[in-house]
Design a protein around this ligand. Structure first.
Ligand SMILES: NC(=O)c1ccc[n+]([C@@H]2O[C@H](COP(=O)([O-])OP(=O)(O)OC[C@H]3O[C@@H](n4cnc5c(N)ncnc54)[C@H](O)[C@@H]3O)[C@@H](O)[C@H]2O)c1
Length: 274
C-alpha cells in the first residue's frame, strides 16, 4: 500500500459520540467524506438525526443514534446497533463532553464566587466527571468489545483537551482532572490493547468555535478577541481544521501511533504571546 493509500478508510465503519455538533460533527463529516459508514451518536437525538440526514443527502452513509455516554446500558445498545447495521466497528471517536461552568477566574480578570474549589457546586463535579471521564470509559469499553470480536484491530480516538495538560483558570475545575484522566486512560489502554492491534490515541484541542458552554465563543466578541490574542497562530480555530488530524488517527496512516496525544492549539500552550 502506498503512503497515500494508508489514508483510505472507504468501507470501514466509525462511531462518533457527541456527533450532533462542533468537533464531533467535524469528525463524523470527515469519516463520511472519506467513505466510512458512520453512526452519529448524541444525547441530542434530533440534532444527530438532522446531521445524519444531511450527510445522507450529500450521498454519504450515515445514521443517527440517541446516546447518553453516561448511561452504560444505553452505550452498549448503541454500539450493538451500530455493529448490527454496519457489520462491526473499525473506528471510534470518544468525543462527547460538556463545559462544567465557570472556573476560579473570569475573562474580566476577577475571581468567580462560584468557581473556587470550596464554592464549586459538587453536583457540577459529579456531572462533568460522569460525562467527560466516565463517559469516555463507557464508550471505549464497548468499542473495545466490538473491535476484539471483529478480530481486525481498530482505532479509538478520544477528544481530550490542552486543559488536560495545563490549567485553564476560566474553565470549571472538574474539567482539568477529567481531561487529564482521559489522556492517561488513553496511554494505559494503548498498552493493554496493542496485542489486539487496537490503537488508542487522543486529540488535545485548544480553542475551537463550537456550541460548548452555550456557544459563547460565537456569541461574545469580547471573549472571542481575548482568546484570539492568546493564540500565536492568530485566532481560535474552526472545527474543519481538525479533520486532517482525525483522518490521520482513524486510518492506517497512523499505524505506528498508539498511546499518543496530539496537541492542536495554534501554539497556545507554548506560552504567553502578546
Ligand atoms: N471547543 C473547544 O474549544 C474544545 C477544546 C478542547 C476540547 N474540547 C472537547 O471537545 C469535545 C466536543 O466538544 P465541542 O466543543 O464540540 O462541544 P459541542 O457542545 O459543540 O458538542 C458536544 C456534543 O456532545 C453532546 N453531548 C453532551 N452531553 C452528552 C452526553 N452525555 N452523551 C452524548 N452526547 C453528549 C452535545 O449534545 C453536543 O452535540 C468535548 O469533549 C470537549 O470537552 C472542546
Amino acid at each position: 500500500m502506498g503512503t497515500l493509500g494508508k489514508f483510505d478508510i472507504a468501507g470501514r465503519s466509525a462511531l462518533v459520540t457527541g456527533a450532533a455538533s462542533g468537533i464531533g460533527l467535524a469528525y463524523a463529516e470527515i469519516m463520511a467524506e472519506a467513505g466510512a459508514k458512520v453512526t452519529l451518536a448524541d444525547i441530542d437525538r434530533d440534532g444527530a438525526e438532522r446531521e445524519a440526514e444531511r450527510l445522507r443527502g450529500e450521498g454519504f452513509n450515515a445514521r443517527a443514534a440517541r446516546h447518553d455516554v453516561a448511561d452504560r446500558e444505553e452505550t452498549k445498545a448503541v454500539f450493538d446497533a451500530h455493529a448490527a447495521v454496519y457489520g462491526g466497528l473499525d473506528i471510534c471517536f470518544a468525543n462527547a463532553g460538556i463545559d462544567p461552568g465557570a472556573g476560579f477566574w473570569n475573562p474580566e480578570g476577577r475571581r468567580n464566587d462560584d468557581g473556587q474549589v470550596d464554592t464549586f457546586d459538587p453536583a457540577r463535579w459529579d456531572r462533568t466527571i460522569s460525562i467527560n471521564l466516565t463517559g469516555v470509559y463507557n464508550t471505549m469499553r464497548d468499542a473495545v468489545r466490538l473491535m476484539k470480536a471483529g478480530g481486525k484491530g481498530g482505532s479509538i480516538i478520544a477528544t481530550a483537551s490542552n486543559a488536560g495538560l495545563v490549567s485553564e483558570p476560566i474553565v470549571g475545575m472538574a474539567y482539568m482532572p477529567a481531561k487529564a484522566g482521559v489522556l492517561h486512560m488513553v496511554r494505559h489502554l494503548a498498552l493493554e490493547l496493542a496485542e489486539f492491534r487496537i490503537r488508542v490515541n487522543a486529540i488535545a484541542p485548544g480553542p475551537f468555535v463550537t456550541n460548548i458552554g452555550g456557544g459563547w465563543l460565537k456569541k461574545d466578541p469580547v471573549a472571542r478577541a481575548a482568546w484570539d490574542a492568546l493564540v500565536p497562530l492568530g485566532a481560535v480555530a474552526e472545527t474543519d481544521q481538525l479533520k486532517p488530524l482525525a483522518l490521520l488517527l482513524a486510518s492506517d496512516a497512523s499505524d505506528y501511533m498508539t498511546g499518543s496525544h496530539v496537541v492542536i492549539d495554534g501554539g497556545m500552550m507554548l506560552g504567553k504571546f502578546r
